[in-house]
Design a protein around this ligand. Structure first.
Ligand SMILES: [Fe+2]
Ligand SMILES: [Fe+2]
Length: 243
């Protein structure tokens, strides 16, 4: 008999299902006009813009655990992400995409507000939420690196586009993997049939079911957000582009 997957692997599996699906419409970027690809990048920038706020709230919430190791990891992550939104904004500007000129897309606002709410729940579910969003960050930087390259090629902006590609490379070069792994450690070897797992060494006391729930809710929100993003992309794509 196969033993059930632990909490880390379960959330990983849910994430893999979500990202494998979300990647499909992005396999052939030639089907989208430049306007809709640019629009998608600017929606992703919104996550970057709110990211530090999420990490800060999550760090405070996980301070309620009986050890401060998760809080410390989230503060390390916060410090690493600090300044990245400004970097992203500047890099987008260099390829002709001005985030200041963006019109609000309500599903993105609602999605980000909901993630913010998840960051303020009980510490175990916040741990699951942050593990899930850090895992999805790897997927995001992969797809947005490819989208950036497509837009840069179409605009013949190779030189000025180096910063944008570099921004995604910086994250793919171990940063996001370490954010994911350093949180995953706490969920390793925990199972959903345990109502509570007592702290051991540095690891705090964790409620596996709450951690799973926090991960699940974050992934469901991300799934729904991408459905909305693709629907809007298709709408924009039907409008003849200005070039
Ligand atoms: Fe970042
Ligand atoms: Fe991250």
């Amino acid at each position: 008999m196969e033993k059930t997957m632990d909490v880390e692997k379960t959330i990983d599996q849910w994430n893999a299902d979500f990202t494998n699906n979300a990647k499909k419409p992005l396999q052939d970027l030639s089907q989208y006009n430049t306007e809709s690809l640019e629009w998608l990048m600017m929606e992703h920038y919104q996550f970057s813009f709110r990211n530090c706020e999420f990490l800060w709230i999550a760090a405070q919430t996980t301070g309620a655990f009986d050890t401060d190791i998760v809080k410390k990891e989230l503060i390390r992550n916060y410090n690493e992400e600090n300044g990245h939104a400004a970097m992203y904004k500047a890099a987008l500007k260099k390829v002709g995409s001005d985030v200041e000129a963006r019109e609000e897309f309500t599903p993105t606002t609602k999605f980000l507000d909901s993630i913010g709410e998840l960051c303020a729940r009980d510490p175990s579910s916040v741990l699951g939420t942050m593990f899930a969003t850090e895992t999805a960050a790897i997927f995001e930087h992969q797809v947005f690196r490819a989208i950036s390259e497509e837009v840069i090629a179409r605009r013949e902006a190779g030189n000025s586009g180096k910063h944008l590609v570099g921004f995604h490379d910086l994250h793919l070069d171990g940063v996001e993997q370490s954010h994911k792994d350093e949180l995953g450690i706490f969920l390793r070897g925990l199972y959903q049939d345990q109502s509570v797992v007592a702290g051991e060494g540095d690891r705090p006391t964790i409620h596996p079911q709450q951690a799973l729930e926090g991960g699940k809710e974050a992934i469901d929100l991300m799934k729904a957000w991408w459905v909305n993003l693709f629907a809007e992309m298709n709408k924009k794509n039907k409008t003849p582009a200005m070039g």
